[in-house]
Ligand binder design. Structure first.
Ligand code: ARG
Length: 589
């Protein structure tokens, strides 16, 4: 197959086609960008929306055109012949509707089946990106906010990776705050010999944190020692460094358990990593004239912000912002990243806005946000409990992630047992499916909403097998696999030589939707919106069931080969969607 044929992105292919026809209308205007969108009406599959914009550029300049509709007619007439297009028409104020060729849709799917779904991967302009996500704080429990960051960040990283971007998955853990003074002092007090500190001894780091905080608040002498401990740690005293490492190590083990269960890969470069680079970066910013003195602190004033960005505190210490500015500098200069994406709750929006602006003032980032290198904050809303308030346990503690995952798994296992699977399956199959479905449900419930909205954590809803849930989608996929299995045909053989025909309206609609996978991943990835992919996946499953499968008999029909191939293509695209969302597929239900 030529590269041309491999490209699954319909929008781009049409844009290429329309570009030449637009140029012919405005020959002196070299930058006409084709505006191509899927049609909402029933007059076509895609439309070109340039007529009105072009008209406003050329009207009154002695043009032969009489208005947008005639510009639309000309766009249509100039369109070079192509195997992609079946027919065109002009509607309303010059929209050019395109009906795609059935045989081209069929051929493109056949090619994908033969050459693999990777041939439908988007090609992004960016070559290397940092995705900064999860990023919990040492010695504090990971909470649902970190769960959201982990799930969303992982999905974004997967989409960019699939789009051939080299992604640095960064865990920017909070391992360098003043809280370490009290933690280390408390550790010394309770374990005079560091060797005795085992994971089990301070395994419950949250309790350890609380107890040391209590001590800090109650005892002035302890408080003083804790404050001195911070200085000693930052000065590099070896006993303090050792104690610090110990605490980090124990925390890290806890975090890793969660990542392992969620199937998330991350590379830790915590706040402490950037610490040695901070003075140099502050110096650079000072030399650029950005850093000013204000009430004893050193700050950067930001246009439009009512408070300045503090980069050196009045006691001479560094803070969250100094670390983030330095990390940004490092990622741009040392790691050569062109796109740096940060996934945190929207509560941190202002922090990101401010240090991005500072970076623009420093000339590290271009003022124009559409240019690279680029920094983007991916904000998300709160997780709410069923009472509509911030998600807490009954005793109003922070919900522990491991408990959540345990419960999701055990509930989905119970549901499988209720459906008689304990008798049908091996214990291992039961466990694996319960995990895939349980964790998949938690992830999908998070990803399917626009990330900026708050969402309600509701086990019953997310584990329901009806509606827009992971359970429903995973089962739909398993059902498709079983159609193929039960046909008794060797699907790999069919893939090599089988021909797809899309004569039935249900077949055509399914085929067209399959073809839109590539542009949807591109949109979800470049706009940093995993919910766009979820919506696509849900629609795919709906179209498969309601438009295709309920109207088109597969096994035993005259079109069996073609229809089995459509089933296989649907299963492949669904699995790729699951993969990009971090969800493990299941093959049996
Ligand atoms: N540790 C922070 C928190 O728990 C998140 C860090 C996000 N990343 C960053 N580069 N600031 O809120």
């Amino acid at each position: 197959a030529t590269d041309e044929e491999r490209v699954g992105n319909v929008k781009r292919q049409l844009a290429k086609l329309f570009e030449s026809s637009l140029r012919a209308i405005v020959p002196d205007e070299s930058d006409v960008e084709p505006l191509i969108a899927p049609c909402t009406g029933k007059f076509g599959d895609y439309q070109c929306n340039n007529a009105m914009g072009l008209w406003s550029k050329i009207k009154g300049k002695g043009t032969e055109f009489r208005g947008p509709p005639s510009v639309g007619q000309a766009i249509m007439k100039n369109l070079p012949p192509s195997e992609i297009v079946e027919s065109c028409s002009v509607a309303g104020p010059g929209f050019v509707n395109v009906v795609l060729s059935k045989s081209w849709i069929a051929k493109t799917i056949q090619n994908m089946l033969r050459d693999g779904i990777e041939t439908w991967a988007p090609q992004l302009e960016v070559k290397r990106a940092v995705v900064d996500f999860s990023s919990p704080n040492i010695a504090k429990e990971m909470h649902v906010g970190h769960l959201r960051s982990t799930i969303i960040g992982d999905a974004l990283a997967r989409m960019l990776e699939f789009s051939n971007v080299d992604v640095l998955r960064r865990n920017h853990v909070g391992d360098w705050g003043t809280q370490f003074g009290m933690l280390i002092e408390f550790l010394f007090e309770n374990y005079p010999n560091l060797e005795d500190v085992s994971e089990t001894a301070i395994g419950d780091l949250q309790a350890f944190y609380k107890a040391s905080k209590q001590r800090f608040d109650d005892d002035a002498a302890f408080k003083l020692r804790a404050q001195q401990a911070v200085v000693k740690l930052q000065g590099g005293e070896s006993e303090y460094r050792k104690a610090w490492s110990k605490i980090c190590e124990i925390s890290r083990k806890e975090f890793d358990k969660v990542y392992q269960r969620l199937g998330v890969k991350l590379e830790e470069k915590g706040e402490s990593f950037y610490n040695p680079y901070i003075p140099g970066v502050i110096k650079e910013l000072s030399e650029l004239g950005l850093v000013e003195e204000s009430e004893g602190a050193r700050v950067i004033f930001i246009e439009g912000a009512n408070i300045p960005l503090i980069v050196v505190k009045s006691d001479g210490g560094f803070n969250y912002a100094s670390t983030d500015l330095t990390a940004l500098w490092y990622r741009l200069n040392e790691e050569k990243a062109e796109w740096i994406v940060y996934v945190t709750d929207v509560g941190q929006q202002q922090h990101f806005d401010m240090f991005f602006k500072a970076a623009k003032r420093a000339g590290w980032l271009p003022a124009d946000d559409s240019k690279y290198p680029k920094a983007s904050h991916v904000g998300f809303g709160l997780v709410l409990g069923e009472d509509g308030k911030r998600f807490r346990t009954r005793s109003s503690e922070v919900v522990r992630l491991v408990d959540l995952l345990d419960e999701a798994k055990s509930r989905s296992k119970t549901a499988l047992i209720e459906r008689g699977k304990a008798k049908e399956w091996t214990e291992q199959e039961l466990e694996q499916t319960a995990e895939a479905v349980g964790y998949g449900a938690v992830k999908y419930a998070d990803l399917k909403n626009n990330r900026l909205t708050n969402y309600t954590f509701d086990f019953d809803q997310m584990l329901s097998d009806k509606g827009n849930t992971a359970v429903y989608l995973l089962y739909a996929h398993a059902r498709i696999c079983s159609i193929i299995r039960k046909s008794g045909k060797d699907i790999d053989e069919l893939k090599k030589a089988g021909v797809i025909v899309l004569d039935h309206a249900g077949e055509r609609e399914l085929g067209l939707h399959l073809l839109q996978f590539s542009e949807v991943v591109e949109e979800a990835g470049t706009n940093l919106l995993p919910n766009v992919l979820c919506e696509y996946l849900y629609n795919l499953s709906e179209i498969f069931t309601k438009k295709f499968y309920s109207n088109c008999q597969v096994v035993g029909s005259a079109e069996e080969t073609s229809r089995l191939l459509l089933c296989e293509a649907t299963a492949i695209v669904m699995r790729k969607c699951f993969y990009l969302l971090g969800i493990e597929p299941v093959y049996k239900i």
